[in-house]
Design a binder for this molecule. Sequence first.
Ligand code: DGT
Ligand code: CA
Ligand code: CA
Ligand code: ZN
Length: 574
Amino acid sequence: MINQELSKIFKEISVFLEIKGVAFKPQAFEKAAYIIESLQEDLKDIYKSGGLKALEDIPGIGKGIAERIEEYIKTHRIKDYNLLRKELPVDIEGLRSVEGIGPKTILHLYKKLGIKNLEQLEKFARAGKIRNIEGLGLKTEEKIIKGLEFLKGSSGRLILGFNMPLFRTILERLKKIEGVKNAEFAGSVRRMQETVGDLDILVTSTKPSKVMDFFVSMPEIQAVHERGKTRSSVRLKVGIDADLRVISPESYGAALQYFTGDKYHNIQLREIAIKQGYKLNEYGLYRGQKLMAGKSEDEIYKKLGFKLMPPEIRTNHGELDFELNKKLPDLIGYGDLRGDLQVQTDWTDGEHSIKEMAEAAKERGLEYICITDHTKSLAMTGGSDEKKLLKQMAEIDKINSEFRILNSKFKILKGAEVNIMKDGTLDIDDETLAKLDVVGAAVHSLFNLSEEEQTKRIIKAIENPNVDIIFHPTGRIINRRPAYPVNVEELLNAAKRTKTVMEIDAFPDRLDLKDEYVRKGIEMGVKFSIDSDAHHISHFQYLEYGIAQARRGWAEAKDIINTRSWQEMLKLLK
Ligand code: DGT
Ligand code: CA
Ligand code: CA
Ligand code: ZN
């Protein structure tokens, strides 16, 4: 699958062009990069089946981009891109990953100090050499150091949701190889973590060397670390390793248990096994020399006195406590969502019309969506003011009646993603907000307020009787910027008190709120929504990662308001 490689290249081209001051084009490349990233089908297959035309037919992909995709498929390079790289030989992707470094800063850093990569950036920043450069200054230097520190804590890990299509492609291919019986993810991918350090796959096969030959020659591979009889390890072009293990069938369950982890879960489970007179390892559960269980995970857990638990909650946070284990929550299922309460359209920064988004959601099996375009103080998105919102409401009424005429029960709800201002007020008047079905409020500015101020600001919004949901409550972007300082427990308290819903934003690099807060909120009786934050029809697939996040927070369907019909869901709002 070439999607991830191309997405990376287009993101870089976008920055190169922005640095060069080219108008419009950078946005087109950036948009294309994000669209490609979320495509489930391999661009190569799309091209094979329908040529250049099929590429152009992908929404958001123009002619110029399509031609470059074709060039990459045919020649494995893009001429323009290579020229740009020659002109400005810097590690764009690396430097861009530092929060606060934009294209202009990259150019400055290169021209004035010759900085080409993260290593040099750190050296100059730590030596205090950035503060004296005109156009950069002490503030930028401090920002860079902070950004570098954050990056160090997260580097080398990929965001699961953006890479899952690739991982699934690899797994499906392995399943089709002659002799393969079982093939499953293990490790953090199977646990559906936010980010993953590598891809772990286990298979059973009657012809192990066939699987290994295939695995080490996949086109997505950059290098082969090791090709063994039972284990092979490769470097993927997307920037992480992949490990494949061939397991014998009588140990498959034990290996799956062991390699799924996580480590802390395993250590605890092994201790419990020892206390009961067993020995547990990746080959099985033993009493002395005798194999007591190993074929399936289920029999291992059962022998030790546990109910089998979903991989998502294997973190040693209570799931191996005998009492808690007996009454494990019945986690929300991957098919349980009936609606999506955060959807953007081409009325602001989304890619598609209201109707197109509705149709795509319907095709995914949803029964309703709420349109929540940005509001006016987010000027760069063309955010709605009161007048535009009223106009949009009328448009939604019209489309809903068309759906009814077509005898479809699909429902579009009226909403907005309203900005919370510095003092906690909103940028849309209450009279207009009262007309909407669902009001989501969010922080999109002033991330640097003190924890106290930020908390007060958001609680003020929570207390507004028109605010139903707080969208992405902590503002973090994984691998890019940390949450703004805020006291989440106090937010949860206020949410509970006022019947305000907290969002689990399913967009793969947000996943905001975090699982530990979801669990805490649920214990407190707070209700949540899981929303895709879709800006493109392909983004509805991301709901899966929001559900995973909720599962990691021990959420049941009843804790999530959009597992209900839209009529029942609305009753749960203030
Ligand atoms: P990652 O790859 O960093 O996203 O996270 P994991 O959990 O996939 O970690 P990985 O790939 O290093 O190892 C896969 C599994 O193998 C892990 O979830 C549990 C098991 N494992 C790894 N190291 C240890 C260890 O030191 N002790 C025990 N008991 N199990 C381990
Ligand atoms: Ca792993
Ligand atoms: Ca591994
Ligand atoms: Zn937002």
